[in-house]
Design a binder for this molecule. Structure first.
Ligand SMILES: [Zn+2]
Length: 196
């Protein structure tokens, strides 16, 4: 499962990658729906996929994996499991990414940052700065999915991902799929029997 096609199949099997005409949480419309949480909801699948990502850092001496909440929590945990490292998550407090709950990094600690999907990389850059300011060393940045579409997320090091996926988005009033009359689907919505 090292080639991007196989990874995409895993996403499709999990219902995490759909093609059609979707209303995204942002209000934008898109022909692609991507939801990593649907891959990660099955622990055995999460372990397998994240293990493939961890493999890329097998010789990097990673001591700690940190993911930004919420998307990075499970990925960091599963990557850390594969590497025999610690798993922490960073969360936003008063607008800044911080380590809470007794989490900390030490000077010189070798840290891998992990995320489910990287689009702009903003949260990861914040975590990187926070970790670096604490004296630890960010030795890699990993994500299941690279959605940067070729833009540099600004980590100063390569973003290592399992697969690159482009998710085009359109304003609701300027959507070619709407113009073609393709039915709009709100992902995750379904009629629950008996719900009335
Ligand atoms: Zn549309």
């Amino acid at each position: 499962m090292t080639d991007p096609g196989a990874i995409l199949d895993v996403f499709r099997d999990a219902g995490a990658l759909l093609e059609g005409h979707f209303l995204l949480a942002s209000g934008m419309h898109s022909p692609t729906y991507l939801q990593c949480a649907l891959v990660l909801r099955e622990p055995s699948r999460a372990e397998r996929v994240c293990g493939r990502l961890a493999y890329r850092f097998a010789d990097a001496g990673i001591q700690t994996v940190i993911g930004p909440a919420i998307g990075g929590i499970v990925v960091a945990h599963e990557v850390a499991r594969a590497l025999g490292a610690k798993a922490l998550f960073a969360e936003r407090q008063d607008g800044s990414m911080t380590l809470r709950r007794g989490f900390a990094v030490e000077a010189g600690e070798r840290v891998l940052l992990a995320e489910d999907v990287v689009t702009t990389g903003g949260s990861l850059r914040e975590v990187q700065q926070m970790v670096t300011a604490a004296g630890a060393e960010v030795v890699g940045v990993a994500a299941l999915v690279d959605r940067t579409s070729g833009r540099d997320p600004g980590f100063g090091m390569p973003l290592v991902s399992l697969v690159k996926i482009d998710v085009p988005t359109y304003q609701a009033d300027d959507c070619p799929l709407c113009r073609e009359g393709v039915p709009l689907i709100k992902p995750g919505s379904r009629v629950v029997p008996g719900s009335g």
